[in-house]
Design a protein around this ligand. Structure first.
Ligand SMILES: Nc1ncnc2c1ncn2[C@@H]1O[C@H](COP(=O)(O)OP(=O)(O)O)[C@@H](O)[C@H]1O
Ligand SMILES: [Mg+2]
Length: 243
């Protein structure tokens, strides 16, 4: 590839642009814990990046700041032009509802609601009609292989099934960005591999970007990129363009 073409590609706007992100926490003893010390990362639409790193390295903090759940101390996060780090709390709530899907280690489903109601919730919160929301919900549940479990209460499903419902819920509102925090951390290796592969294939199909914090090297290897969070910095985050 010519240098000219390379520089034109690197000048294109990425879907996610994180620049010089800093986040510290005040320690009870009075010190300051610097968790993120200048994180920069660009991701294109449809790209998935795994974030690996020791427990306590700051993976969850990174996902929270990128998703606007916690404020940054410095730097910027832009998702398709939306400036996460400079938006008001109410703008962030609206943005998250429309454009971000979360998957957590523990599924956070409502145990008494059915699988299809759990998946429909983000749409109902965004004021979609009930029928339309349930139709879309069933479509997603079919995709994650739970077409036969639509009416089951979430609390009656197995751990792997619950996490597949959580994956469907994260994708139901067609988010641009999916933030997954150890999505397979609570599952056995076989179920974990299934859930991880489903999550990534749904993101790819929807052209959503995914940031996946994980200890699971299998899942990391399924992502387009594997980034290591160490001492507050991301290693391997540079834009790579094959020559
Ligand atoms: N709200 C908070 N207040 C103080 N310290 C925090 C807070 N959240 C996280 N931390 C600390 O920041 C560090 C990174 O935490 P975390 O992002 O949860 O790491 P990881 O997800 O990689 O295990 C840890 O040392 C943790 O104790
Ligand atoms: Mg964590």
């Amino acid at each position: 590839m010519s240098d000219n073409l390379k520089s034109r590609i690197s000048n294109l706007k990425s879907e996610i642009e994180i620049e010089g992100l800093h986040k510290s926490f005040r320690e009870p003893a009075g010190g300051v814990l610097e968790v993120l010390r200048g994180i920069s990362l660009k991701l294109n639409a449809g790209e998935a990046a795994a974030v690996v790193g020791a427990s306590g390295a700051g993976k969850t903090t990174l996902l929270h700041v990128v998703g606007g759940l916690e404020a940054a101390d410095g730097g910027s996060v832009k998702v398709a032009g939306f400036d996460v780090t400079r938006s008001t709390p109410s703008e962030l709530v609206r943005w998250r509802g429309r454009e971000v899907g979360f998957v957590f280690q523990f599924h956070h489903l409502l145990a008494d609601l059915s699988a299809e109601e759990n998946v429909a919730l983000p749409l109902l919160v965004a004021r979609a009609g009930r029928r339309e929301a349930l139709t879309r919900s069933r479509e997603l549940l079919e995709k994650v292989g739970l077409g036969a479990r639509l009416k089951h209460a979430a609390g009656e499903l197995s751990g792997g099934e619950q996490q597949r419902v959580a994956v469907a819920r994260a994708l139901v509102a067609r988010p641009r960005l999916v933030l997954a925090d150890e999505p397979t951390g609570n599952l056995d290796p076989q179920r974990g591999a299934e859930v991880g592969a489903l999550l990534l294939s749904l993101c790819q199909e929807a052209r959503a970007c995914a940031l996946v914090a994980t200890h699971n090297e299998n899942l990391a290897s399924l992502c387009d990129r594997r980034l290591v969070l160490r001492e507050g910095r991301l290693e391997g985050s540079g834009m790579t363009i094959d020559a």
